[in-house]
Design a protein around this ligand. Structure first.
Ligand code: PEP
Length: 249
């Protein structure tokens, strides 16, 4: 099993100077976290500057998206090699905001995950149901499909390096958190899905993060669940004090 992984997703927040100031404060306050893996996911524009600030700290960098091609005429896009070059270790793929506002499909997610793995980045593949889907009793079928198509044809050795984040869409940025047992049910389902394809040993190794209105008060309850291996934190990661508390849950 991996160490618990905490990723702060800044979304479209912070210019470079703000990001650098934040990273300095955070790095100074969370140095002794040998039992945790920590990353922040700033906007693309701040990645390079942060890689200098975070060098020799325990905090890694995560990008918020990646394109599936290695290079070419794809205006506005950023490749996995560029992200590695900018200092990233992780990349978020298929965040629900990408799916909702930029029409990302499970097939796009699959191509992006493969490109990230090929380049040596660790993909954080996000899945989760909307409120309508949950109320229509479609949670399991939606997540099964996101996993089946999103992780399609990824070899066992690469699945080992893949992180899955369960983020119920109704819990993102809404202040509504899935109750820990509700989240655990889906995490267990995700692990069983991977076990059916790749075997229980590989499934046991996978980190499955929870995301959706995580804050300093609920982090420990969520992390107490057997299959929750880390947290993907949006709003509460924008303040160094609250992110520090979550890291030290
Ligand atoms: C996210 O952006 O992945 C997220 C979970 O956001 P929040 O913590 O604000 O709900």
């Amino acid at each position: 099993m991996h160490k618990p992984l905490i990723i702060g997703n800044w979304k479209m927040h912070k210019v470079v100077a703000e990001a650098v100031e934040f990273a300095r404060q955070l790095a100074a306050s969370v140095t002794p976290v040998a039992d945790r893996d920590v990353a922040i996911a700033p906007p693309f524009t701040a990645l390079h500057a942060l890689s200098a600030v975070l060098k020799d700290t325990v905090i890694a960098l995560c990008a918020q998206d990646v394109h599936w091609e290695e290079e070419g005429a794809f205006t506005g896009e950023v490749s996995a090699r560029m992200l590695l070059d900018a200092g990233c270790r992780y990349v978020l793929i298929g965040h629900s905001e990408r799916r909702r506002w930029f029409s990302e499909s499970n097939e796009d997610v699959n191509r992006k995950a493969k490109a990230a793995l090929k380049a040596g980045l660790l993909p954080v593949v996000c899945v989760g149901e909307t409120l309508d889907e949950r109320e229509a009793d479609q949670t399991f079928s939606v997540i099964r499909r996101q996993l089946k198509e999103g992780l399609n044809n990824i070899a066992a050795n690469d699945i080992r390096r893949t992180i899955v984040a369960y983020e119920p869409v109704w819990a993102i940025g809404t202040g509504k958190t899935a109750i820990p047992e509700q989240a655990e049910e889906i995490h267990d389902f995700i692990r069983q899905f991977i076990a059916r394809i790749h075997g229980t040993d590989i499934a046991a190794e996978i980190s499955i993060l929870y995301g959706g209105s995580v804050n300093p008060d609920n982090a420990a309850y969520l992390m107490a669940q057997k299959d929750i291996g880390g947290l993907l934190v949006g709003g509460a990661s924008l303040d160094p004090g609250s992110l520090r508390k979550i890291i030290h849950y």
